[in-house]
Ligand binder design. Structure first.
Ligand SMILES: CC(C)(COP(=O)(O)OP(=O)(O)OC[C@H]1O[C@@H](n2cnc3c(N)ncnc32)[C@H](O)[C@@H]1OP(=O)(O)O)[C@@H](O)C(=O)NCCC(=O)NCCS
Ligand SMILES: [Zn+2]
Length: 187
């Protein structure tokens, strides 16, 4: 079992959002423009709850923004003053992380994907598997540019990912047997 250091907090859920849930009241008007995207909405609510606990704020009062630098839309790197945070969602899980210091990124993918997915991952990682890919994505999300950076240029070991001159530490918490999750962090 991989344990995260105390300054990194993680929370996860299975996708389960009932779109009529009263907790939609937590969301900002900008977030509500994506209310049809359930993974997005559940991830934002999970992040607001986690950040609210750490900042001693009501989840609805957490000043969360995620403006895309390319188009201005509400789908960029999430930002909350006082923390660094990251989100990932797939068909099997919603994961939120928050770090009290440094810069953090997270990625979750289902284990046991299709042969096409595994071939695409092997192609983009130079023969790597799913953990290599979640390592690359977690590091590029901590970096903040995401896949604007060529993922082939990220150098990965089990415990680190290097993007240019920046070295990120990696952890692979075992949230459930069907998930591969990686957290990347840099001081
Ligand atoms: C970030 C990125 C690697 C995530 O890809 P993914 O594995 O398909 O999706 P995940 O569920 O793991 O992560 C998505 C979350 O990452 C976060 N995110 C988005 N851009 C990010 C960035 N540049 N850096 C860090 N986190 C980012 C968001 O919280 C997003 O959640 P949302 O879709 O609910 O808004 C990929 O979307 C990316 O590189 N985006 C930047 C390029 C881009 O999309 N530009 C848009 C131009 S209009
Ligand atoms: Zn955009």
């Amino acid at each position: 079992m991989t344990y995260l250091p105390d300054f990194i907090r993680i929370r996860w859920q299975r996708p389960s959002l009932d779109p009529k849930t009263p907790s939609l009241a937590l969301l900002s008007p900008e977030e509500l423009t994506r209310v049809g995207d359930r993974g997005f909405i559940q991830a934002r609510m999970l992040l607001r709850e986690l950040a609210g606990e750490l900042l001693f704020l009501d989840p609805a009062a957490v000043p969360l923004s995620a403006t895309c630098p390319d188009c201005g839309g509400p789908h960029g790197q999430p930002r909350i003053p006082g923390l660094t945070v990251s989100l990932s969602h797939c068909a099997a899980a919603i994961v939120a992380v928050a770090a009290l210091e440094g810069t953090v990124g997270v990625d979750v993918e289902p284990l046991g994907g299709t042969a096409e997915r595994d071939a695409a991952i092997a192609d983009v990682t130079g023969g790597g598997g799913i953990r290599h890919w979640t390592s690359v994505e977690a590091a590029l999300k901590a970096d903040g540019r995401g896949l604007r950076v060529d993922p082939r240029g990220v150098n990965v070991t089990r415990v680190s990912a290097t993007v240019g001159d920046a070295r990120y530490e990696l952890w692979h918490p075992e949230l459930a047997g069907d998930l591969q999750t990686t957290v990347a962090w840099r001081a």
